[in-house]
Design a protein around this ligand. Sequence first.
Ligand code: GDP
Ligand code: IMO
Ligand code: MG
Length: 427
Amino acid sequence: MSCTVIIGAQWGDEGKGKVTDFLAERADVVARYQGGNNAGHTVIVGEQGFKLHLVPSGILYPDKLCVLGNGMVIDPEALVNEIEGLEEKGVSTAGLRISDRAHLILPYHKRLDELQEASRGAGKIGTTGRGIGPAYNDKSARMGMRMADLLDPSEFHEKLTANVKAKNAYLKQTFGAEGFDAAAMEEIILALAERFRDRITDTGVLLSETIAAGKKVLFEGAQGTLLDIDHGTYPFVTSSNTTAGGACTGTGVGPTAIDRVIGVVKAYTTRVGAGPFPTELNDAVGERLRQRGAEFGTTTGRPRRCGWLDTVVLRYAARVNGLTGIAITKLDVLDGLDTIKICTGYRINGKVTTDFPASRKAVETAEPVYEELPGWNESTGQATTWEELPAATRRYLDRIADLTGVPIVIVSVGPCRSQTIVMDRLF
Ligand code: GDP
Ligand code: IMO
Ligand code: MG
């Protein structure tokens, strides 16, 4: 393993943090490449739980370098809080490096996120309110502020003054909202930057040297394939490329360096926020999954919508990410069900398709076509090998591999590091 990309194959919260932490033991560098603190990655180490939003899940090993890539949008206040929270828990963040090309989330982005959401009314996306969309909007509009600007106070002053002026006019005209004081903001952001400015560097060079030296890099995706700005359930998506291609554009590492792409797949499906979700269960089974799986958002605490596994989604994820392996998580949550359903196709206007449609209306009206498999009564949480899993569990996993055409390389049966079954084919 030299370069491995880890992505979410569904709508986020698949357990990317757990899988990244598990694989990080064998890596030298762990890099995030898109998104910001909209992500919430929970990692359990022994008795301690860590909720990571910006910092890669490799930080819990003292000897790893952890990179915040150029494709990310970073809120300086959230970054300082996270670094301090980790240090308070005894985790060293000395290995953290921040791309000089990463964009900044500033207070006006958060205000705009709130106001834009409120103005969408019934069509709201259900964003995390962290300013993600407005920050990526500024990036595409070529008016964003970057980490490199923090290293040059006069450049920072000039750009921030112009940006605040433009944003204040927009806030007033569009929302009748109050603006911001540019000088006060400048002082606050530059003071925050003092806490991390020595970590800002050209992380593209760092990664390229790491790879040239034959060391191992893990790329940790945030969100999931169906939240991708291009490939997701648009417009109910986030504002970045969450899919494997984002690992290249978001770090400055070329695609020929990537050896493997592991899709993290929850053994059922969840979604937070609005947007179509064909296999959603608004019944007792959905509630059971939510309670047993503790499906409440890491970032916002919102209850996650729950449903059966959807292999139309997974086949799509396998294709757009070029998956080489699947890491199945939260299998233990399915223990004790009499039968388990897998969605194998969508019936849309009387026709069955196995390709994920672009049209929002098509996904909204899609009727899932299910296959029913026997469940298992045994508890899977103690299994440490494939053979120790109940026969019906193995059958369920084999069927997922069949339907997606991607081998299963990791099976997670609980949140702890020890509750992880690794298949020989992984290495
Ligand atoms: P991420 O955003 O993809 O990293 O996922 P989250 O951390 O938001 O949500 C996954 C949740 O499931 C976390 O609370 C994990 O501790 C937990 N988790 C991960 N793998 C397993 C597993 O195999 N079984 C159970 N029961 N919980 C798991
Ligand atoms: P991790 O990395 C699940 C969802 C939000 C909303 C949409 C847009 O923990 O899997 P945004 O704030 O990004 O503009 O919101 O995307 N969303 C997530 N859902 N897991 C996440 O991250 C998410 N990050 C954003 O709920 O529907
Ligand atoms: Mg999460």
